[in-house]
Design a protein around this ligand. Structure first.
Ligand SMILES: Nc1ncnc2c1ncn2[C@@H]1O[C@H](COP(=O)(O)OP(=O)(O)OP(=O)(O)O)[C@@H](O)[C@H]1O
Ligand SMILES: [Mg+2]
Length: 184
């Protein structure tokens, strides 16, 4: 099984949204582990009638809490990919430092991917500057080619499979980590 951890040290970056969208996209090939005591992902899946555990899952997605949870030390070395959602703003640029240092210390920078979420195009001058500073300050973390935009489709939480622009972006992001499956 391929395991994907979605993590960021800051709240409200889109961890749960991205987890949920990936599950909407991958369907029963994917199961979920909710490590956040807020349980937003479990609640959303429960309301939508989606099982957290899937008997034939090929992928497992972990949603996490918005802080440097010590329990991640056991998980970080064992997952295949670590996706790090961030917004293209100064608060995220600053708070990413703790994640960066932790990933380097755990020797897992090579499996991490920084994913910019809620990106509005065209990029403002400030967003361009923040992007430049992310690359400059955190050179050991790869930046995903796929930017996740502000998506109306994310509001349609009961809809399976994921559709439209959201599906295209999630598909493209998953392809970057070698996953080419679709909803079954
Ligand atoms: N790409 C997006 N387009 C539109 N809305 C988004 C997008 N990403 C996140 N949101 C909205 O932003 C808010 C925060 O997103 P979300 O709950 O996924 O963040 P989180 O990182 O899981 O937060 P927490 O750290 O509290 O767990 C939610 O209301 C969500 O619907
Ligand atoms: Mg969350």
């Amino acid at each position: 099984m391929k395991e994907i951890l979605i993590w960021s040290p800051k709240g409200g970056d889109g961890k749960t949204t991205i987890c949920y969208s990936m599950i909407q996209f991958l369907g029963t090939t994917c199961d979920a582990v909710d490590l956040d005591p807020q349980h937003s992902l479990s609640t959303a899946l429960n309301v939508a009638g989606i099982q957290m555990s899937q008997p034939n899952a090929k992928y497992r997605i972990y949603d996490t809490a918005p802080f440097n949870d010590a329990s991640l030390d056991q998980i970080i070395p064992n997952v295949d990919h670590i996706l790090l959602p961030a917004k293209l703003g100064y608060p995220d640029l600053v708070s990413f430092r703790t994640a960066y240092e932790r990933l380097l210390k755990a020797n897992v920078a090579h499996k991490a991917l920084l994913v910019f979420n809620d990106v509005r195009k065209p990029l403002t001058q400030e967003a361009k500057e923040v992007l430049r500073l992310f690359r400059k300050n955190y050179p050991k973390i790869k930046v995903a080619d796929t930017f996740i935009s502000r998506l109306e489709a994310f509001r349609r939480v009961f809809r399976f499979p994921l559709e439209g622009k959201a599906a295209m972006q999630i598909s493209s992001l998953l392809a970057e980590i070698g996953i080419n499956d679709r909803f079954k």
